[in-house]
Design a protein around this ligand. Structure first.
Ligand SMILES: Nc1nc(=O)c2c([nH]1)NC[C@@H]1CN(c3ccc(C(=O)N[C@@H](CCC(=O)O)C(=O)O)cc3)CN21
Ligand SMILES: O=c1ccn([C@H]2C[C@H](O)[C@@H](COP(=O)(O)O)O2)c(=O)[nH]1
Length: 273
């Protein structure tokens, strides 16, 4: 399908889907990793070492494939991850994802050698110029796409302040959406970033609007999708910020929680690489 929309009012609950268990901690860790921007490994591009240290494996397939293709060393995904985790030099060389998400969000390179922190600018604009129609961060850096492990799927984030309601709403344009595996994570993470941005600018979270352009279901997910569609949705949980940090960029998973999340059981599916 092309051009689909989902809309959730965050005052009515946190949109972690309930028709299957969404590994929201994994999703949140991914979002917090993106918000940190650069990695201390290698060239500073986002690196899977930082995810593996938190037991998150959802990005490992891509650098593993690159390593096997380029070196001919046919090691398993598990041994590859182990090596990235324990061998600093290996992590710097092979754990690097290129200038993906966090790099563009926090340190977009300009022609004159500066780096632009788009997320900090979003916070500044919401505080100082809330009626702006330019409250955006963008990951689609055309000149650097060929260096990225995957060109960004969730690419354009735009925020909107309603001064009367006292809310910040968030939206996401996603060029390509893996309906069964990716979208639950993407919606969760859009709701998380919108809530955190509201918290750090003195507003309440408003709505989130998700736009999916190429929205697809992989053929080897069909049984899983049918199973999920047969289930009745339940009430959404509530996001709790257990400890408010000074900066939006300082959160760890231990600072966040979901209260009242009682989903149907998880449904497993293979990820397409
Ligand atoms: N085909 C494809 N779909 C995606 O959703 C996707 C990509 N590729 N490439 C980049 C990232 C990585 N993402 C992923 C990758 C794997 C899962 C996944 O396997 N999720 C399982 C288990 C989660 C866990 O390990 O805790 C799930 O049941 O949600 C989710 C998102 C989202 N993106
Ligand atoms: O956050 C994400 C990241 C990726 N996806 C999905 C969408 C596609 O199925 C693949 C990417 O393949 P492309 O050929 O580059 O479109 O990953 C997602 O849904 N959410």
């Amino acid at each position: 399908m092309f051009g689909e929309t989902l809309r959730f009012d965050l005052s009515e609950g946190f949109p972690a889907f309930t028709t299957k268990r969404v590994y929201w901690k994994t999703a949140f860790k991914e979002m917090l990793w993106m918000l940190k921007g650069k990695s201390k490994w290698g060239t500073g591009n986002p690196n899977i070492r930082d995810l593996l240290e938190q037991n998150v494996h959802i990005w490992s397939e891509w650098p593993h494939k690159k390593y096997v293709d380029e070196t001919g060393d046919d090691i398993t995904l598990k041994s590859f991850e182990e090596r990235v985790l324990t061998d600093d030099e290996f992590a710097s060389q092979w754990g690097d994802l290129g200038p993906v998400y966090g790099k563009q969000w926090r340190a977009w390179k300009t022609e004159d050698g500066r780096e632009i922190d788009q997320v900090s600018e979003v916070l500044e604009q919401i505080k100082n110029n809330p009626t702006s129609r330019r409250i955006i961060f963008e990951g689609w850096n055309v000149g650097e796409l060929d260096q990225m492990a995957l060109p960004p799927c969730h690419k354009h984030y735009q925020f909107f302040v309603d001064p009367v309601k006292g809310t910040v709403s968030g939206s996401l344009v996603q060029r390509s959406a893996d309906t069964f595996l990716g979208v639950a994570f993407n919606v969760c993470n859009l709701a998380l970033i919108t809530t955190l941005i509201a918290e750090h600018t003195g507003y309440m979270p408003g709505e989130i609007v998700w736009y999916g352009l190429d929205v697809h279901v992989y053929l080897n997910h069909l049984d899983q999708v049918r199973e999920q569609l047969s289930r009745e949705p339940k009430a959404f949980p509530k996001l709790v910020i257990k400890s408010k940090k000074k900066s939006l960029f300082d959160y760890t998973i231990d600072d966040l929680g979901l209260e009242g999340y009682d989903p149907h059981p998880a449904i497993k599916a293979p990820v397409a690489i």
